[in-house]
Design a protein around this ligand. Structure first.
Ligand code: HEM
Length: 487
């Protein structure tokens, strides 16, 4: 889609025909936002329903619940999930994810859980250089930290680290599994990975280990039980939570680190910013603690935050997909084009097109330049360019299905990256690695190959114990740029 759009950059939209079906691809930022806003005509639920059975191996009784057929107001001749309205498992689950991951006590609990664990992983690197494959190390640390925050002290992933490979084997070939064609032959590792994760979570729920897990996991189980899912399907589903919580955060952290570590001047600037939010305290037992206040990112670390967004702009090419469920005229106040869309058809919103469009970002659109996200630079843009950039930058999707995990992801990634940048010296990251081919269904690409690096304490930071807290301010996600004003 990016290649097609670059051949016809003035086209705000185009149609792809695959046999008798139609895919509308929208490239104009204001039309993209108009699609996100119109949840009546453009539906996401159908895709969740279709992918659930094949990706997570849900049985027929479970599929009836997911399709909404057991809901009290189910209308067999009506639209999928009653046009996303009313009582249904998917609607209720959507609401609980939003509640648990929006700023508030649930999110603070998850942030604290994940950052305590990240600190533990940083603290073990002391007393000499540790050689690691950077991608794999980031993957393992963040998978374990995220799983611990979600599932609590009885988290199966932390109990058996071989499950990390199982999860990422599934992630690697989930799309092949979804073909549902001899899965044990075409995607044996993904198939085995899924089965292994299912088994440990079956035991986790059988032992009621969720009682010491996060509010999110307890609410998720209560909702599944209320709608009548079997214990088997509850275990089948669990991999989806872990998958969503790690599949994009891990490569994003890797890329942000790569961009910073491979540029000595950027590294130096960000080190100075982050040092300003770390307090060093001598404890009674003689140990020294370095406490990073994550609520100060927005006010004290503009370049770190800008680097996060610039990284996402370049490496996140998420494509939102919606079904056109009724014939619709697509229009927006800032676009002179109007399109008549037929139903049934599919509409795709590829962020890779707008994220790299020179008409939105200028002639250096394909280069890494974090300063473009600094509040001072954004403030100096003319109104029209600022509108196009705000509407054309959507790494977390948009509308009703805008990623609910974006606040959690941002805090996890910024704290992890900031901790490494200020407390550690990483040798061997001389340039940003090439990106691997983007697979269908993923938002963020992986590196084509891992990079071997040496990690050791930075001079002056030997022996300090890391801790993250958020006490000196309030997290402001508008100021941090994950919540837009939707101009
Ligand atoms: C850098 C990290 C992340 C990126 C780039 C990302 C990106 C996305 C995108 C593009 C979507 C689809 C939105 C749409 O089509 O409109 C999405 C959906 C979703 N994400 Fe994320 N995500 C990230 C991290 C997370 C985390 C950490 C969690 C959970 C803890 C999470 C949970 C979800 C869920 C539950 C949905 C489905 C929302 C719905 O159906 O309404 N994501 N994400």
């Amino acid at each position: 889609m990016q290649m097609l759009s670059s051949k016809i950059p003035t086209h705000p939209a185009f149609t792809l025909r695959i046999f008798s079906s139609r895919i509308y691809v929208i490239c104009d930022p204001s039309l993209i936002q108009a699609v996100y806003r119109n949840t009546k005509a453009f539906d996401f639920g159908q895709f969740v329903v279709e992918s659930s059975q094949r990706a997570f191996d849900i049985g027929e009784a479970g599929m009836k619940i997911i399709r909404g057929e057991t809901a009290p107001n189910y209308d067999p001749s009506g639209p999928c999930l009653n046009g996303n309205k009313g009582d249904s498992y998917l609607n209720e689950h959507h609401k609980l994810m939003l509640e648990a991951l929006s700023p508030g006590t649930g999110l603070s609990e998850l942030n604290k859980g994940v950052l305590d664990k990240v600190a533990e992983h940083l603290n073990v690197i002391d007393g000499g250089e540790k050689k690691v494959g950077l991608y794999r190390w980031v993957r393992d640390v963040l998978t374990l930290a995220t799983a611990d925050a979600l599932y609590g002290p009885h988290d199966p992933m932390n109990a058996d680290h071989s499950l990390i490979d199982n999860l990422w084997d599934f992630e690697e070939n989930m799309t092949l599994l979804m073909l549902n064609l001899l899965p044990t032959i075409i995607a044996p590792k993904a198939y085995r990975g899924r089965a292994a994760i299912k088994e440990v979570f079956r035991k986790y729920y059988e032992n009621h280990d969720e009682l010491t897990g996060s509010t999110l996991i307890r609410a998720h189980l209560a909702c599944a039980q209320k709608w009548g899912f079997s214990a088997d399907d509850i275990a089948n589903f669990e991999i989806s939570t872990l998958f969503l919580a790690t599949t994009n955060s891990v490569p994003t952290s890797f890329w942000q680190l790569s961009y910073i570590l491979s540029s000595p001047s950027l590294l130096h600037e960000i080190q100075k910013e982050v040092e300003g939010i770390v307090k060093r305290e001598r404890k009674e037992d003689g140990t020294e603690e370095a406490v990073m206040d994550i609520a100060l990112f927005q006010s004290h670390c503009p370049l770190l935050v800008a680097t996060f967004h610039e990284t996402l702009r370049l490496i996140d090419a998420a494509t939102s997909v919606r079904a056109v469920v009724e014939p619709t005229t697509l229009t927006s106040s800032s676009s002179s084009s109007t399109f008549s869309l037929k139903s049934p058809s599919v509409i795709q919103l590829p962020s890779g097109i707008t994220h790299t469009s020179p008409s939105i970002w200028g002639p250096d659109a394909s280069s890494f330049n974090p300063t473009r996200f600094l509040p001072s630079e954004k403030g100096a843009l003319d109104k029209e360019t600022r509108r196009k950039q705000n509407q054309g930058y959507f790494p977390f999707g948009g509308g009703k299905h805008l990623c609910p995990g974006r606040h959690f992801a941002m805090m996890e990634i910024l704290a992890f990256v900031a901790g490494i940048v200020v407390g550690f010296e990483v040798a061997g990251m001389d340039s940003v690695p090439d990106r691997a081919f983007q697979k269908l269904g993923t938002a963020v690409r992986k590196p084509v190959a891992d990079v071997e690096v040496g990690v050791k304490r930075r001079v002056g930071w030997e022996g300090v114990r890391w801790r993250f807290e958020g006490e000196r301010g309030r997290l402001d996600f508008k100021a941090l740029g994950t919540d837009s004003d939707d101009e």
